[in-house]
Design a protein around this ligand. Structure first.
Ligand code: AP5
Length: 215
C-alpha cells in the first residue's frame, strides 16, 4: 500500500485506536493519537498533563491551543513526513483549520460509523494494561488468562478513568457538538469516506483497506 496521510474520525469507542494500530502495521506509518499523547503527559505528571487531566476526566475537550501545539510538533518529526494516521485529531473546526494552516493535506478522512448501543458495549468492556499499554475487551478481545496482560505478563488490567457511564455520556455529547460537524467540513473537500464500523475488527479493517486502496 502507498504511504498516505489519513485521519480516523468517529465517536468514543468507534474503534479508532484499534484500527489505527492495524493501519500503522500495514502501511508502516506512525499512529498519532492525541488521546495517547495526553494520557502519557498526564501519567508523567507534566504541567500540560495536569491541565489536560482535568478536562479528560470530565469527558470534555482539552483546549485547542494545547492540543494544536503538541500535534504541530509531532507532525514536524521525520517519521511523519511521508504519511501518518491521525487518531482523535482534529476534533474541532479550529483544529481542522490549524492543520490546513500548517499545510497538511489529508488524503482521506475515514469516518467510522457505529451505533450508540455498540459504543456502550465496547466502552463498558474495554481494559488496558497499566504497565505496557496493551488494549483488550473483556468479551470481544479478552487476554488469554483473565486479568493478565498477554504482552508483558502484568497482573491487574484496568479500565480507563473516562470509561465511567456519566463520563462516556459527556464524551458522546461533546463529540456530537464539536466533532461530528467535521464530516461536512471534509466532505466539502472531497476526502470523507464513511466506513461501516460494526462487525468484527477484521471485517472493519477489510473495509478500511479497500477504502485506502481507492484513495
Ligand atoms: P481519545 O483517547 O481520543 O478517546 P475517544 O475519541 O473517546 O476514543 P476512544 O479511545 O475511547 O475509542 P476508540 O475509537 O479509539 O475505540 P477503541 O479502538 O479503543 O480521547 C480521550 C480524551 O482526550 C478526550 O475525551 C479529550 O478529553 C482528550 N482529547 C483527545 N484528543 C483531543 C483533541 N484533539 N482535542 C481536545 N481534546 C482531546 O475501541 C474501544 C473498545 O472496543 C476496545 O475495548 C476494543 O477492543 C473494542 N473494539 C474495537 N473495535 C471493535 C469491533 N469491531 N468489535 C468489537 N469490539 C471492538
Amino acid at each position: 500500500m502507498p504511504k498516505t496521510k489519513l485521519m480516523l474520525l468517529g465517536p468514543p469507542g468507534a474503534g479508532k485506536g484499534t484500527q489505527a494500530e492495524r493501519i500503522t502495521e500495514a502501511l508502516e506509518i506512525p499512529h498519532i493519537s492525541t488521546g495517547d499523547m495526553l494520557r502519557d503527559a498526564r501519567d508523567r505528571g507534566t504541567d500540560l498533563g495536569k491541565k489536560a487531566a482535568e478536562y479528560m476526566n470530565a469527558g470534555e475537550l482539552v483546549p485547542d491551543d494545547v492540543v494544536i501545539g503538541i500535534v504541530e510538533e509531532r507532525l514536524e518529526q521525520d517519521d511523519a513526513q511521508d504519511g501518518f494516521v491521525l487518531d482523535g485529531f482534529p476534533r474541532t473546526l479550529n483544529q481542522a483549520e490549524a492543520l490546513d494552516g500548517q499545510g497538511v493535506k489529508l488524503d482521506a478522512v475515514l469516518s467510522l460509523e457505529v451505533s450508540e448501543s455498540e459504543i456502550v458495549r465496547r466502552l463498558s468492556g474495554r481494559l488496558h494494561c497499566p504497565e505496557c499499554g496493551a488494549g483488550y475487551h473483556k468479551s470481544f478481545d479478552p487476554p488469554q488468562t483473565e486479568d493478565v496482560c498477554d504482552e508483558c505478563g502484568h497482573q491487574g488490567l484496568e479500565r480507563r478513568k473516562d470509561d465511567q457511564p456519566e463520563v462516556i455520556r459527556e464524551r458522546m455529547r461533546t463529540y456530537e457538538e464539536n466533532t461530528d460537524p467535521l464530516k461536512s467540513f471534509y466532505a466539502d473537500r472531497g476526502v470523507l469516506v464513511r466506513i461501516d464500523g460494526e462487525g468484527s475488527p477484521e471485517a472493519v479493517a477489510g473495509r478500511i483497506a479497500q477504502a485506502i486502496d481507492a484513495v
